[in-house]
Design a protein around this ligand. Structure first.
Ligand code: RFL
Ligand code: PHB
Length: 389
């Protein structure tokens, strides 16, 4: 098969890119290792910045997002004693939207056939070849049969564990990593949220987050040692712990219910440079990971894809070489700022095992400063709603 852009990975980055390229009249094919059901069963992000909402709007795929998404004008930082409200709308004029990554992916998936976007699910042993040439290709197995897609570009949208990043020679790249000494244990349940806005809590027993997917579906997290296993956390034990860490006011609003999903995700900060090598462009988690504390991962994937689609259109339609050359620096400039914000919010809101009383005093001082300073709240708000693209 021959196409202009071979996209590896049908997560939000790959599907968004596929739709944007198709809308420009650029031929592309998306290759995904898993089945559609498996992709939709991964419960991940919940908070969308304007950049992600705008892309869905631009594609004309925002009907359900508009109807079902919850507009959040602010969120809260809790420190065991008080709730510090960050008034995003008042401070920046912008809000975020609560709409699950699963729903974004479903909307993109459902629209693919109607828009002529080919997505091949169950593609095994995907491998990249000749990425330093102008005629790279991807090989894979479909139902045990060897196949090949020749393209002008390959877009690596295959997440942190995919093969794309690893295809770039070590001599041409460098990476930056911080692994955190805890994971997030998440629970999804069909119960009303305890609060209409998100609450991030730093309690002496650890971190907690109260989030949601709708007025009737809640998503909560606590941080746990990486040695904990899911079997250690019955639903009851998790609800008890959430009630303690979120504090009495939020606890009074918690409705308990059976877990629809429960999982533990490790936390990591990671950046890979450059985000393009030859004819391979990386987008989303394939190139960078943020800890979920700032709700930035999916939104960074969206901004990468916006830049990548623009660069590919300029090159393939208007023969503008500079666009491709500038992609990595443009994307990384936004990535690093989101890395900084996610890292700083993670440091502020979690109790690190290695921290002593000095680090704790710094957290208290910073929370005090945020509580008393409109400038500090504005800085947090502008990062949370998303820096300009
Ligand atoms: P994905 O979603 O991992 O998709 C990559 C796709 O590539 C496929 N793939 C392959 N395909 C073919 N061949 C191979 N060899 C392949 N290897 C992998 C995979 O099957 C998959 O379908 O990456 P993408 O598209 O870059 O999207 C990134 C986001 O998924 C991620 O950044 C967010 O989920 C992060 N995140 C959050 N982001 C936000 O913006 N807001 C949030 O509120 C938020 N909360 C979260 C999160 C991530 C979490 N976890 C579990 C890591 C909360 C959690 C708990
Ligand atoms: C979620 O609802 O899954 C969620 C919300 C905010 C975050 C991370 C995850 O910072």
């Amino acid at each position: 098969m021959k196409t202009q852009v071979a996209i590896i990975g049908a997560g939000p980055a790959g599907l968004l890119l596929g739709h944007l390229l198709k809308a420009e009249g650029i031929e592309c094919v998306v290759l995904e290792r898993q089945t559609p059901d498996y992709v939709l069963s991964r419960i991940r992000a919940g908070v969308l910045e304007q950049v992600t909402v705008s892309l869905m709007e631009r594609l004309g795929l925002d009907a359900r997002l508009k109807a079902e998404g919850l507009i959040e004008d602010g969120f809260n930082l809790a420190d065991g004693e008080r709730l510090i409200r960050i008034d995003c709308l008042g401070l920046t004029g912008k809000s975020v939207v609560v709409y699950g990554q699963t729903e974004v992916t479903k909307d993109l998936m459902d629209a693919a056939p109607g828009r002529g976007l080919t997505v091949i699910y169950g593609a095994e042993d995907v491998a990249l070849h000749d990425i330093e040439s102008d005629s790279p290709f991807v090989s894979y197995l479909e139902g045990g049969v060897a196949k090949r897609i020749d393209a002008r570009f390959i877009a690596g949208c295959d997440g942190f564990h995919g093969p794309s990043r690893k295809a770039i020679p070590a001599s041409s790249c460098r990476d930056f990593e911080r692994v955190y000494p805890f994971g997030w244990l998440g629970i999804l349940a069909d119960v009303p949220p305890c609060n209409h806005e998100l609450i991030y809590a730093n309690h002496e027993r650890g971190f907690a987050l109260a989030s949601m997917r709708s007025h009737t579906r809640s998503r909560y997290y606590i941080d746990v040692p990486l040695t904990d296993r899911l079997e250690d956390w019955s639903d009851e034990r998790l609800w008890d712990e959430l009630a303690i860490r979120l504090g009495p006011d939020a606890a009074a609003g918690i409705t308990r219910g059976p877990a629809l999903e429960k999982s533990i995700a490790p936390l990591r900060s990671y950046v890979f440079e450059p985000m393009r090598h030859g004819s391979l462009m990386l987008c989303g988690d394939a190139a960078h990971i943020v800890p979920p504390t700032g709700a930035k991962g999916l939104n960074l994937a969206a901004s990468d894809v916006l830049y990548a689609a623009d660069a590919l259109a300029r090159f393939l339609i208007r023969s503008d070489n500079d666009a491709i050359a500038g992609y990595s620096a443009k994307a990384l400039a936004r990535v690093w700022k989101s890395e900084r914000f996610s890292w700083s919010l993670t440091k502020l809101m979690h109790r690190f095992p290695e921290d002593g009383i000095f680090e704790r005093a710094m957290q208290i001082a910073e929370l005090d400063y945020i509580a008393s300073s409109v400038a500090a709240q504005t800085s947090i708000a502008e990062n949370y709603v998303g820096l300009p693209v």
